[in-house]
Structure formats: C-alpha cells, structure tokens
Write a protein that binds this ligand. Structure first.
Ligand SMILES: C[S@@+](CC[C@H](N)C(=O)[O-])C[C@H]1O[C@@H](n2cnc3c(N)ncnc32)[C@H](O)[C@@H]1O
Length: 284
C-alpha cells in the first residue's frame, strides 16, 4: 500500500514544490515514498532511454515478462495475417519485441526498418537483428528525412512518448507511408492530469509496480520509474510520457484519417491494462 506521505509528495511535485515533496516523501514508509525520496535527493540527468540499463531491467522483470510475451504473440499474429514484406518498428527500444515476434511468427519480412532515437538501445537492437535500415533518430525526423513506405508499421509503448497534439500530426504523416498500423499501449483511466484522482492512481499503481522487483528495484526505480513519474508531474521537468485512455487513442487515429480502427484488450498490467490497436490507412 502506498502511504499518505507519498500521495501528498506527489501533490507537492505537481505544485512545483520539490523541496516540500522530498520532505513529505521522507516521512513515509512505503516503497514509493522511499524511492521518491532517494530520487529527489539525487536526481539523474538525461533521458531514461539514453543509458538504458534501468529501462532494460524494468522490461525484463516483474509484470513485464508476461506483458512482453503477450505483445510478441499479438504482433506475431499480425505478421501471419498481414504477411508484411516491408515492416517498420517505431521506437523499437532494444529490439526484443520485433525480434521475438518475428521468431514466433515464422514470417520474415523482406525489409525491416528500425526507428529509435536512443543510440544505446538501437545499438542493442541491431546487434541481434539485421535490419535493412536502422534509423538513429525520432519518428518525426525520420518522416522529414526518409521517403520509405511500408506494409505494416508497429509501435509498442513508444507513441506515448510524443505529446498529444504533435502525435496526431505524426500519425497523419505516417498514414501516407503505410497500409496498416499496429499500436500497443496502456489504457490509462480518464482522469484529469495531475488532479487528485490521477495522483491517487499513480501512488497506488507505482507502489504495486515497485513491489514487483527484488534485487533490481533500486536500479529500476532510480533510473526509470521515478524519472518517468516525477517528469510527468513536475512543471517544466523532462517529460517522457503522454499516455491517454484507449478510447482517446481510437479517436486520435480516426482524427488522423485512419480507417477500421480496432482496439482490443491485450494484457492486465500493474499500471493499466495494455491494449492492441490496429488500423488501416490506405497509404503506401
Ligand atoms: C517505453 S520504450 C518502448 C521500447 C520498445 N518499443 C518496447 O516495447 O520495449 C519507448 C521507446 O520510444 C523511444 N522514443 C522516444 N521518443 C521517440 C520518438 N519521438 N520517436 C521514436 N521513438 C521514440 C524511446 O527511445 C524508447 O526506446
């Protein structure tokens, strides 16, 4: 259980009062209170994906083991049904998802494009896969610099790293480059960002998430979960997540011009259930 100190610390962060947030968190005994205190004492600089040891420990443990297996199976089913000759993965991370999904499906695309702004993660992805094109940059710069088109574009837990309005633009530009799109993300509750219900939700779910890790918990908390949490609440902080409920993903895809947008639940997870979204674009 999270404690009242952790919750009030999140409120202070939302008010931009980091000193008070640290004081409040230091008075709590929950996992969240302890890890928030440690993080606010010694905040890391840079993106959570630049030095990805913590992110990789995070996705390799706890509830992510079952989640990633479900994601890879779902993508494998897409490959079997669509048999894409030209496949792209946006924000591929260390490439484990696309690598495992290809292995599970038995379908080998003629061309594989990986788009990933973290040089460290992309280096790992290309070590284990042989992509036709490994683009070291954001999807926004890919769209400006590269003309390629695809039969299927996939993106797992990566499109939420783009702010809401910019994401609609990116999705609309992607529509002209692909016949189909698959997105996997989290169906977060429809509550006001930074409001009391959102903060209660974050306090409860992050406590649960932290409890899923053993020896790696300090690394996962300090290098990934706390920066993601603090970044999304503190005014002016480096934010890496702009999540939204599944219904908003659907309407965003429709607004960006996609057809046959389907959203199905994929896997239960501590932060929120994951969903699989598929859409047809008529592009490419
Ligand atoms: C939560 S991770 C997911 C990684 C991987 N898809 C997976 O499922 O394990 C988010 C990824 O999106 C990447 N990313 C962040 N901003 C991006 C952008 N503007 N365009 C493309 N990828 C981005 C990050 O570097 C990171 O690898």
């Amino acid at each position: 259980m999270s404690d009242v100190e952790a919750l009030t610390a999140l409120t202070a962060l939302t008010d931009g009062d980091r000193r008070r947030a640290r004081e409040l968190a230091a008075g709590g005994s929950s996992l969240l209170a302890r890890h928030l205190t440690a993080y606010l004492d010694n905040e890391a600089a840079g993106s959570v994906y630049d030095q990805p040891a913590a992110f990789e420990a995070f996705i390799g443990g706890g509830g992510n083991v079952g989640l990633y297996a479900a994601v890879e199976d779902a993508l494998a089913a897409q490959y079997r049904s669509v048999t894409p000759a030209r496949l792209a993965d946006i924000g591929c991370g260390d490439g484990r998802v696309v690598r495992n999904a290809i292995a599970v499906s038995g379908h080998l695309p003629d061309s594989l494009t990986l788009i990933e702004p973290s040089p460290a993660l992309l280096a790992e992805a290309v070590r284990d896969l042989t992509p036709t094109h490994a683009y070291a940059g954001t999807v926004q710069s890919f769209l400006s610099e590269v003309d390629d088109s695809f039969d299927l574009i996939e993106s797992t837990f990566a499109m939420h790293t783009i702010p809401h309005e910019e994401r609609t633009e990116v999705l609309a530009r992607l529509r002209e480059r692909t016949s189909g799109l698959v997105i996997v993300d989290f169906d977060v509750p429809a509550v006001e960002h930074g409001g009391p219900a959102h903060l209660r939700f974050l306090a409860e779910t992050y406590e649960r998430g932290l409890s899923e890790y053993g020896p790696d918990r300090d690394l996962v908390a300090g290098g990934f979960l706390m920066p993601v949490l603090v970044g999304q609440l503190t005014p002016g902080a480096r934010r890496v997540t702009w999540e939204q409920p599944a219904a908003q993903w659907r309407s965003q895809l429709e607004k960006a011009g996609y057809q046959d947008v389907s959203v199905v639940p994929l896997h239960d997870y501590w932060s929120s259930p994951a969903f699989l979204l598929t859409a047809r674009s008529g592009g490419a």
